[in-house]
Design a protein around this ligand. Structure first.
Ligand SMILES: C[S@@+](CC[C@H](N)C(=O)[O-])C[C@H]1O[C@@H](n2cnc3c(N)ncnc32)[C@H](O)[C@@H]1O
Ligand SMILES: [Mg+2]
Length: 320
C-alpha cells in the first residue's frame, strides 16, 4: 500500500489532473496529502455532478399554490448506479439477519441521538411516549423505513422518500401492518424534486445516504431547502479514515460479509470536517456531532466521541 501511495504521488505531480482517480481511492495517499480535503470538496461539488435524473414514477410534488416556478433550482444529486444497488436487495429491508442487519443494529443508537437533539431543539420532553407529536419530519433516502417507522411511533408526522420505487413499495407494505406507522407518507422521489414543491419540514433527516449521492453539496442544499427556517437537519455517514477502510469496507464487506461487496466506495466517504464545511455552504450550521462505535463482544452500538468511522451530525439553519 505504501509503495502504491508513492507511485500515486509521483503520478499526481506528473499528471495534469491534480487528483487522478486512483489517488482518490487510496486511503494512505489521501490522508497524507494536505490539500486533499478542499480538493475533494471542489471535486465533489463540480466534477462528480450527475446527468439529469430520469423522470420519477410519482408526479412532481405540488403544494397546489401554483408558485412552484419561484422555487430555486437544484441539480440532481442522484447517482443511479448507487440507487440500483439498494433496489436490487429491496426485499431484504426487514430481514434482521440480511444485508441491512448493521442498520437494524445501529438503529436504537442513532434514534437516541435524533430523539435527544430534536427534543432539545424543539423543547419537547424526551421521556414521554410520543415526544415528536406535532413535528413534521422527512426521512430522505428512507429505504424500507427502518428509521421512518420509529419516528412515526414517537408521534411525528412522517414523510419518507427514496429514489428507488422498490424500496418505497416495501416500506409502504411494512408500515401498513401497524396502525402507528400506517400514516407514514412514502414517496418515490429525490430531495431535489421535492424542493420544487416548496415543501418544508420541521426536521430533515438523512441517515447513511450522503455517501451514495453524486453531488454532496447539491444534496445538502436540497436538505437545507426542505428544512423550515427554525427547523433542524440530521445526517449520518462514514468517515474517510484508515479505520473506516479497515472496518466498514474490508471487515464488513469482505471478511464478515455483513454488507454486499461494493456497497461502499471509500473515496465517497466524508470526514466530519468536510461534512461540516459542505453543510455550512448549504447554510446549515452543525451544532452537535457524535460517533457510533461497535462493541464486537456485545454486538451492540453506542454513542461516543469517537467519530473515526460512523458519525452523525445535528444542524440548524443559518447562523443560529
Ligand atoms: C444505506 S440506505 C439508508 C436507508 C435509511 N436511510 C436507513 O438508514 O435506514 C441508502 C438509501 O438511500 C437511497 N438513495 C440514494 N441516493 C438517493 C437520492 N439521491 N435520493 C433519494 N434516495 C436516495 C437508496 O435508494 C437507499 O435506499
Ligand atoms: Mg452507506
Amino acid at each position: 500500500m505504501a509503495r502504491r501511495s508513492l507511485h500515486l504521488f509521483r503520478d499526481l505531480y506528473r499528471s495534469r489532473d491534480p487528483f487522478p482517480k486512483p489517488f482518490l481511492q487510496n486511503p494512505i495517499a489521501t490522508l497524507l496529502h494536505p490539500a486533499i480535503s478542499s480538493a475533494l470538496l471542489q471535486r465533489r461539488s463540480h466534477a462528480f455532478a450527475a446527468p439529469p435524473p430520469p423522470a420519477m414514477q410519482n408526479p412532481k410534488p405540488s403544494n397546489g399554490s401554483g408558485d412552484e416556478n419561484k422555487s430555486p433550482t437544484f441539480h440532481s444529486s442522484l447517482n443511479e448506479a448507487e440507487v440500483a444497488k439498494f433496489s436490487a436487495i429491496a426485499e431484504t429491508w426487514w430481514d434482521f439477519e440480511g444485508p441491512f442487519k448493521p442498520l437494524h443494529l445501529m438503529n436504537p443508537t442513532r434514534i437516541s441521538f435524533v430523539r435527544s437533539t430534536l427534543c432539545r431543539h424543539f423543547k419537547k420532553d424526551p421521556y414521554c411516549a410520543r415526544p415528536f407529536q406535532g413535528l413534521k419530519i422527512i426521512d430522505v433516502g428512507c429505504g424500507g423505513g427502518i428509521l421512518s417507522e420509529p419516528l412515526a411511533r414517537m408521534g411525528a408526522t412522517v414523510t419518507g422518500i427514496d429514489a428507488a420505487e422498490k424500496n418505497i413499495k416495501i416500506a409502504r407494505i411494512h408500515a401498513a401492518s401497524d396502525p402507528l406507522t400506517s400514516s407514514i407518507e412514502y414517496i418515490c422521489t429525490t430531495a431535489e424534486e421535492l424542493v420544487k414543491g416548496n415543501k418544508k419540514f420541521d426536521a430533515v433527516i438523512s441517515l447513511e445516504v450522503i455517501e451514495h449521492v453524486a453531488d454532496t453539496l447539491e444534496f445538502c442544499k436540497s436538505l437545507a431547502a426542505l428544512t423550515a427556517p427554525t427547523g433542524a437537519t440530521v445526517i449520518s455517514t462514514i468517515n474517510r479514515s484508515v479505520r473506516s477502510y479497515a472496518t466498514a469496507i474490508i471487515a464488513a464487506e469482505y471478511l464478515l460479509n455483513w454488507l454486499p461487496k461494493g456497497t461502499h466506495q471509500w473515496s465517497r466517504f466524508l470526514t466530519p470536517e468536510e461534512l461540516v464545511l459542505i453543510l455550512q455552504r448549504a447554510s446549515i450550521s452543525v451544532q452537535e456531532m457524535a460517533g457510533f462505535v461497535y462493541n464486537p463482544l456485545t454486538g451492540e452500538w453506542s454513542l461516543s466521541d469517537d467519530t473515526s468511522v460512523n458519525f452523525i451530525v445535528f444542524g440548524t439553519k443559518g447562523s443560529e
